[in-house]
Design a binder for this molecule. Structure first.
Ligand SMILES: [Zn+2]
Length: 401
């Protein structure tokens, strides 16, 4: 993979054979993407292109160019390999910096130009955001949540400090806003368990508490991403007015209809469950649990396909950092789970680019290749609309941070 940095001074014409711009069903052929002063200035047929003027040209022969990919749910501070070792490393400034830098780099190498971090107790994702901004480490743009809002004594102690009542929720959200988080992450329910099919850890908040979190975040202009599984959990999250449902295992068709009507994003993170069985280093589960994991994955895939038919704003997110969900490489896993569920490749790519950009609050900047947008692009060999696997190893990544 070749990485190209676009600076605010860059003037460059990319001569592209095949372009998928994030809007159209198919490709545009033989176009020029004109980058002027670090922004996309024009996208036009090659014969329209002006001549001369000393602008640098680059010919991307035989490649397909598309908007850089976006992962709407990662945990940079976890490595997906060893949960306890990840937590231990947080106490060592040098080690943890190395781990975060690696997660950023491999994400970029897999074509990710933006990621949203679903928090860690130390708020290390905020530091990662600054490292990328300052150019200390190459990486995708980080949309940071800092620490999550969860209920003390319930699931999520590795994600945030724990709250007890509406006042402490308000206090935590306010302190996160003061640290300039981009979004607020709330933990509404526990995890999917593998003891019994459909079983989910208990709810953390009542409606009044969750409304307090959402109201405080929204008053400060911060969208709310909600970790939640189970139908009662999703009901609670929707009643409180969250902006995105994260995971959402065992949600209902009626809830999908509500989400479609309201424009609530859904980040179904199929890989978070499915990769337990599909990655090389899979943990060893008893046969009975393997069966439950498989059924859980299949039911999620079925709901993702239904969400697509109902017009829900689907967004690709992997939960990278969770067990078996490796940074960078698990992105393609997630795309393939959706494809296996029967969703057309073009729709999956929209969920990976234009809709994901909207979920991250970056619409108008990323997710499409059109004038005014930032030139964060990837070039791949082959036809991703026919075979998503060509996204596994982008030949080139263009990034402006
Ligand atoms: Zn997560």
């Amino acid at each position: 993979m070749k990485l190209f940095h676009i600076s605010p001074e860059t003037n460059l014409d990319l001569l592209v054979d095949n372009l998928w711009d994030g809007q159209q069903e198919g490709y545009r052929q033989q176009v020029v993407i004109s980058i002027r002063r670090g922004r996309i200035a024009a996208v036009q047929p090659r014969e329209m292109q002006g001549t001369g003027n000393g602008t640098q040209q680059m010919r991307l022969t035989g490649l397909t160019v598309l908007p850089g990919l976006i992962d709407a749910h990662v945990h940079l501070a976890l490595d997906g390999i060893d949960f306890q070792a990840s937590l231990d490393r947080w106490q060592d400034p040098l080690l943890r910096e190395r781990v975060l830098a690696r997660a950023l780099r491999v994400s970029l190498e897999h074509g990710l130009v933006a990621i949203r971090d679903g928090s860690d107790r130390e708020g290390l994702n905020l530091q990662a955001r600054e490292w990328v901004r300052a150019g200390k480490y190459p990486g995708p743009r980080v949309v940071a949540t800092g620490m999550a809002v969860h209920k003390k004594g319930k699931y999520g102690s590795f994600l945030g400090p724990g709250t007890t009542d509406p006042a402490s929720i308000r206090e935590l959200v306010t302190s996160l806003v003061n640290r300039n988080v981009d979004q607020v992450k709330v933990v509404v329910s526990g995890l999917v368990t593998f003891h019994r099919y459909g079983e989910v850890g208990s709810l953390e908040f009542d409606t009044a508490e969750l409304v307090e979190a959402v109201k405080t975040a929204h008053a400060a202009g911060r969208p709310v991403m909600a970790h939640v599984n189970s139908a009662p959990g999703v009901d609670l999250a929707l009643a409180a007015g969250v902006d995105s449902i994260e995971h959402g295992y065992f949600l209902t068709t009626a809830q999908l209809e509500t989400m479609a009507a309201r424009g609530t994003f859904w980040v179904p993170t199929v890989a978070a469950i499915a990769n337990r069985l599909h990655t090389a280093k899979r943990e060893v589960y008893p046969e009975r649990e393997i069966d439950i994991i498989r059924r859980t994955q299949e039911s999620q895939q079925e709901m993702v396909a239904r969400a697509h038919r109902l017009g829900v704003k689907l967004v690709v997110g992997t939960d990278a950092g969770a067990p078996g969900v490796y940074h960078g490489e698990s992105y393609l896993d997630e795309l393939l789970y959706w494809y296996q569920a029967g969703i057309p490749a073009a729709a999956i790519l929209r969920a990976a680019t234009v809709t994901a950009a909207a979920a991250l609050g970056l619409d108008g900047e990323l997710g499409q290749i059109r004038p005014g947008y930032r030139p964060c692009l990837i070039a791949v060999r082959g036809n991703p609309l026919e075979n998503l696997r060509v996204l596994a190893q982008p030949e080139m990544v263009f990034i402006d941070n």
